[in-house]
Design a binder for this molecule. Structure first.
Ligand SMILES: Cc1cc2nc3c(=O)[nH]c(=O)nc-3n(C[C@H](O)[C@H](O)[C@H](O)COP(=O)(O)OP(=O)(O)OC[C@H]3O[C@@H](n4cnc5c(N)ncnc54)[C@H](O)[C@@H]3O)c2cc1C
Length: 546
């Protein structure tokens, strides 16, 4: 294979994988797509990436389809790490370079779980971890702007990236961190590509300042588009904010520095059962006034799945089946009396002492109890664990027990302002009803972020048609409520085609200009964010052979 030889000649020292047996691993992530790459490479360090990108840049004009797409752990749900050219698997760039009580410096292939173990030795964590924290890596978390249950209090990954290094499309590695006005001026004076990046990005944002600020989706967290609104506030210019969530379309991260916090050690869970959506708005508003650290939810379908596949829950909890069965008696009685609750809400209160957490939870409990809802406070962490397990396992339960059907994440990450949920949810249910799908809704109710995961037979053309039809209908609804189609999973293959509709022509053209500034030859992850594939291509690449 000519390209393999040429990459070697360019000085690339890491592994190069070109055989079908190896490439098959790169055809999927946890999205519903399948794309066969031509080649996968595993760089041993940043120098390898520089050599590879320089080589691609030098021959891109003659080989316009040649490109590179970064992949960390491949757990993304939007197809962001899939492509048909060269995949850069950063698995071997997995060194934790330094850890203090304030900061950790890591390479992009480090698994979150390993970074977490290292930071916990210092009594600190990076708090924007996703539910997939045991299987994802930090390059992917930064690529998608991942978030999770602690995001309600601590924000998404974009808040925690304090510095990063990336190889850009000229084949050089640069460092990015927040700049003061005078530091920005110095950068703008630089000759060459780095200076260009600062001059042109600054001009783009400054010339469209009000428009860009207004385009920021009015939701608690967002991973769609390029976060131009977060880069420049006329005091600080911070390109880490643009790179985070850019899905590897602007450059390849080689090193990331995260800020860390000392987590509160004690927690107390309040569980609220809602029999319909009528009280949702009031309950959410009331709970939020008590500032829970996390505020999560799952629906009746998830609850039913958890009960149907009870042994799986037992396995995840590592508790005896009898003991666990007994601990569920109050909920079983509740179901027998009143049927499955439509929504279960989990509000967790934390403190530096047991008393502090308990006091916060008790005050919230007494206040929420005034509303006509069923509510319980968990006495111990063990009692709380069964609810957390159902919440955390909801996607996996569905993945494992779908039979011939497959979990189909495509409307998996919508977000609207939480106060709009009572009006939004019945409309969503109406749209979903037409398709008679089995699906679960779980999510971060405090942020208004819902994960809707249907089970579908994607071998069947009819079901693939539904994916396309339903995406459009659900996104139309989300946009009409001023929401975003992705809070944390990003655009990837599944949502890029709808970005123009979400942001409008002008902002979308600024996204295109942003890409042109950083990657004029479209070397990095083509087809994501801008210059995307049409709907026919997307439909055609839905995995039919799983
Ligand atoms: C069971 C389950 C639960 C999940 N729960 C959550 C959740 O709660 N919250 C959430 O946000 N997500 C969740 N996800 C989705 C996914 O795990 C996260 O988005 C995760 O952050 C992706 O990390 P990864 O290492 O697998 O990334 P990958 O899938 O490998 O890559 C993701 C994106 O980042 C880019 N990228 C990777 N490395 C680099 C690099 N070095 N430089 C530039 N770009 C790079 C890729 O090109 C791609 O676009 C879940 C997934 C599963 C399977």
């Amino acid at each position: 294979m000519q390209t393999v030889d040429a990459i070697r000649e360019a000085g690339f020292e890491g592994e190069i994988l070109s055989d079908a047996a190896n490439l098959i691993r790169y055809e999927n992530d946890t999205s519903l797509f399948e794309l066969r790459p031509a080649l996968a490479v595993k760089p041993k360090d940043a120098t390898d990436i520089k050599k590879l990108v320089s080589f691609i840049a030098s021959i891109k004009d003659e080989n316009p389809t040649l490109s590179v797409t970064a992949r960390a752990a491949g757990t993304g749900m939007a197809g962001g790490a899939l492509n048909e050219s060269i995949i850069i698997d950063v698995a071997n760039m997995n060194h934790i370079k330094s850890v203090t009580a304030e900061r950790v410096v890591v390479e992009p292939g480090v698994f979150y779980r390993d970074m977490d173990a290292a930071t916990k030795e210092k009594g600190v964590i990076m708090p924007s971890f996703p539910a997939s924290r045991n299987i994802c890596a930090v390059g992917g978390m930064t690529g998608t702007n991942a978030s999770g249950e602690m995001t309600l209090t601590y924000g998404s990954t974009e808040n925690w990236v304090k510095r990063l290094r990336a190889v850009l499309s000229d084949g050089n590695e640069y460092e990015f961190s927040p700049l003061t006005v005078s530091q920005l001026e110095e950068k703008k004076k630089l000759q060459g590509f780095e200076g260009d990046i600062y001059r042109r990005t600054y001009d783009l944002i400054e010339n469209n300042y009000d428009l860009i600020k207004k385009a920021k989706p009015n939701v608690a967290k967002n991973s769609t588009g390029y976060a131009l609104w977060n880069v420049w506030d006329r005091q600080t210019f911070d390109l880490t904010r643009l790179f985070t969530g850019s899905e590897g379309t602007l450059g390849i991260f080689t090193e990331i520095e995260f800020a860390l916090i000392k987590p509160r050690e004690h927690r107390k869970l309040v569980v609220i059962f809602l029999k319909d959506f009528a009280m949702l708005s009031e309950v959410v508003a009331k709970v939020l006034t008590h500032k829970p650290e996390t505020f999560e939810s799952y629906d009746d379908h998830t609850f039913q799945f958890a009960i149907r596949f009870f042994p799986d829950i037992v396995k995840s909890l590592k508790t005896g089946i009898i003991k666990l069965g007994l601990s569920f008696i109050p909920e079983v009685l509740m179901v027998l009396k009143g049927g499955f609750p439509k929504l279960v809400l989990l509000a967790e209160f934390t403190g530096d002492t047991e008393e502090e957490a308990t006091q916060k939870a008790n005050i919230a409990f007494e206040d929420i109890k005034q509303l006509p809802v069923q509510i319980e406070i968990m006495r111990t962490q063990k009692d709380a664990e069964k609810f957390w397990t159902i919440r955390h396992e909801s996607f996996n339960l569905l993945r494992k027990h779908g039979g011939s059907d497959k979990t189909a994440p495509f409307i998996d990450d919508i977000i609207v302002a939480p106060e709009k949920l009572p009006e939004f949810l019945p409309k969503l249910a109406e749209v979903m009803k037409e398709y008679k799908l089995t699906y679960t809704i779980a999510g971060h109710i405090g942020d208004g972020n819902l994960h809707i995961i249907p089970l579908m037979n994607l071998r069947n053309a009819h079901d693939r048609d539904i994916v396309m039809e339903l995406s459009q209908k659900v996104f139309d609804l989300v946009f009409s409520f001023g929401g975003s189609m992705s809070a944390e999973h990003n655009d990837g293959l599944i949502r890029t085609a709808y970005l123009r509709q979400m942001y409008g022509d002008k902002i979308y053209s600024l996204f295109e200009e942003t890409k042109d500034i950083f990657d004029p030859k479209n070397i990095f992850n083509p087809g994501k964010k801008v210059y995307g594939h049409d709907l026919a291509y997307i439909k055609d690449h839905i995995d039919k052979v799983y």
